[in-house]
Design a protein around this ligand. Sequence first.
Ligand SMILES: *Cc1c(COP(=O)(O)O)cnc(C)c1O
Length: 376
Amino acid sequence: MATAPAPPVPLLDLQAQYRPLREELLAAVTRVCDSQRCILGDEVVALERELADYLGVGHALGVSSGTDALVAALMALGIGAGDEVITPTFSFFASAGSVVRVGARPVFVDIDPATYNLDVEAVARAITPRTKAIMPVHLYGQAVDMTALMAVAKAHGLAVIEDAAQAIGAKDGGTAVGGLGTIGCFSFYPTKNLGAFGDGGLVTTNDPALFERLRLLRDHGQHPKYHHALVGGNFRLDAIQGAVLRVKLPHLAAWTEGRRRNAARYRALFAEAGLDAIVTLPYERPGVYHIYNQFVVQVPDRDRVRAHLAALGIGTEIYYPVPFHRQACFANLGHPLDVFPHADAAAARVLALPIYAELAGSQLQQVVAAIGDAVR
Ligand SMILES: *Cc1c(COP(=O)(O)O)cnc(C)c1O
């Protein structure tokens, strides 16, 4: 008798997170609908306070997306035409796109091949008299070496905008990211570890004057109403997103622990299967608290392995297949193509596996067995 095929393993199962919280989430959304206070307001103020506590940072401000968090941070620091911002060439598009949107020039650096995070020594070499800021990205949920990076920034008087969109609750040396640089930027896109029911984001800072500037910029720079000392934008967060995020936030630490437990299980399973010499597992830099927004491995013949997994119903993704220096829209920046070998190698080899907290042990076994079949 043929055994039934194993059920699919999606890359992310938001239904599994939603189901146990459904009643509470619907009640929170209803509360906002009944109030008809749809933008900012009490829910967002309360969320900001709760997130500042969670992150151990002085100030937190809800904004419309992670991308807008980056744009608002650049605007608050007065970065624009003629300025350069150093950022890794291997990240989600917004890290570089936001710099171009404020009229500044992104200067790309290669990554450390072990962590996939920006190479701090390459940052030091990329500094020019026009450099105004560094934008490290805590990729996949692992903190950049902020001690080393902040030393470089301080030596040159540069601001540091942390792109922490993938790293809420991640720590370096016991301190949460977003409170280590000048401004931290987070995203509540539904696939992030703390996901809203739509777009949302957060900016954080320990600098009260910068916080005040960010607050003004979020709403067209007006204060009082219709009096504009600054040109800002509409970077406001919806009350419904605030309410949803407030229901989810008390569970975030447990979800993160679930992701970390799954990462540890993957390591054990790959080792048991004798695959740890063939499959490159994520490297955890000593002293970090990795939140595993993604569990990214490298496998030989990646695209064939990915197709094999897809045929078995196992979801994977490539974060990210094209580094910034190879994007058509950045060709005019004049970066040579052959000076970022680690980013190019990662783009060709990385594969993100399912890692969400609700995954069953049997599903992790399915993933590892399928990779074993594909690579042997
Ligand atoms: C998701 C993400 C962003 C953008 O966040 P949105 O909320 O989608 O605008 C920025 N940077 C990185 C590294 C991200 O992963």
